[in-house]
Design a protein around this ligand. Sequence first.
Ligand code: PLP
Ligand SMILES: N[C@@H](CCOP(=O)(O)O)C(=O)O
Length: 465
Amino acid sequence: MRYISTRGAAPPLDFEQVTLAGLAPDGGLYLPERWPSFSADAIAALAGLSYVDTAVAVMKPFVGDALDEDALRALCTQAYGRFSHAAVTPLVQLDERQWLLELFHGPTLAFKDVALQLLGLLFERFLSNRDTHLTIVGATSGDTGSAAIDAIAGRAKVDIFMLHPEGRVSDVQRRQMTTVFAPNVHNIAIDGSFDDAQALVKAMFADRDFAGRFALSAVNSINWARLMAQVVYYFYAAVRLGAPGRPVAFSVPTGNFGDVFAGYVAAKMGLPIARLIVATNVNDILYRALSSGDYSTGEVTATATPSMDIQVSSNFERLLFDLGGRDGQAMAAQMHGFEATKAMRLTDGQLGGAAGLFASARIDADDMALAMRWASEAAGQVIDPHSAVGLAAARAADLDPAVPLVTLATAHSAKFRDAVERATGNRPALPARVGDLFARAERCVSLPADFGAVTAHIAAHATPR
Ligand SMILES: Cc1ncc(COP(=O)(O)O)c(C=O)c1O
Ligand SMILES: N[C@@H](CCOP(=O)(O)O)C(=O)O
């Protein structure tokens, strides 16, 4: 399998290269040059398989000959062996047609672990035969950072520099990052928003001298391997609910559009997905884009769902590229226009193409709290605010009642204890597996959201390639 850039001007890469790469040198995002296709029989054959075996079957076409099947299985077994639930991503029934897909049983209590536990092992494996030292630069609104740090801490030949918006992540999220004292882990709190942090990371990749000198790599969902690993749980859940014989719909709390793009990939591979509901909070650029074609940024509002307080959704570019006929030149022009004006209109082809599969909903704080209370009172489930945004959108959706509707539960409620307590009156306890988080010392530097300041800090602490 070869990977091409959404902006058409970067050389194609194989799976190993794309895993180590990050952003393409033309500023685009990599994706497979064609979607693998699973027949109804191939999907039916996934019934009854373990999570690891499903992962191997679904990811094999993307990995190609970068790893043989036994090696891929060994990495998946190791990655998913760290999850606290035997099913890895269990389904929990809420009522006669609604389900939660619990994606938070990994070491840092959020769906990011599903991909990042595997990505950490892929980095280690691919670096073992190379004479290269990687410098990972990442931006986080809380969950990617903690999951990536857990996956990378202590590994050889790699440093990680993680930028988070100071004061805009929960206490648990911050401590999951800043209490890790492995020498290859570097936390930077920036004076700005997640969008500012993400823009700094993209600017570092765009600086070809800096990117080359430190062999920059990515753990954000700009890294294709992140999305590939997330495709697996759409198959795993849908097959358990009757696919390929019965279509299934998913509601996805969305920020950077990575998780829901993985659902789109599953649909392109042949999984019968009736609908993908893109659930946003009041930072609703994706809702506006999908409902009216208006992709224009505004001020970011801080909410009880900080991981979705995003305006510029990286992976939306992948969708627009695919829906727009995979024209790299046109995509580059559209994105350069957006980068200059912070606004763009989707083409009729992009908007019409999205309408076939996607629906969208904008969920405010009241609807989110209501969904959290409903889950607790009617279904006995304590859910986190992000999952509640997804559930509120699912409950409002106008869909065939015969279609099972799955909300992705993206984080454990204990990561957002204050918001859960405010909505439900109950303060979730921290699971034992996160240990003595509040007794540990923290290590983090604070910097302005300034390219020169951040790159100077990284250059002073990173190992050149
Ligand atoms: C808990 C949680 N829910 C939802 C999201 C949004 O996911 P995505 O950025 O893939 O759209 C995030 C952040 O990525 C998150 O951490
Ligand atoms: N909400 C995210 C933002 C970064 O998203 P990513 O999926 O591109 O890594 C977070 O938890 O940091």
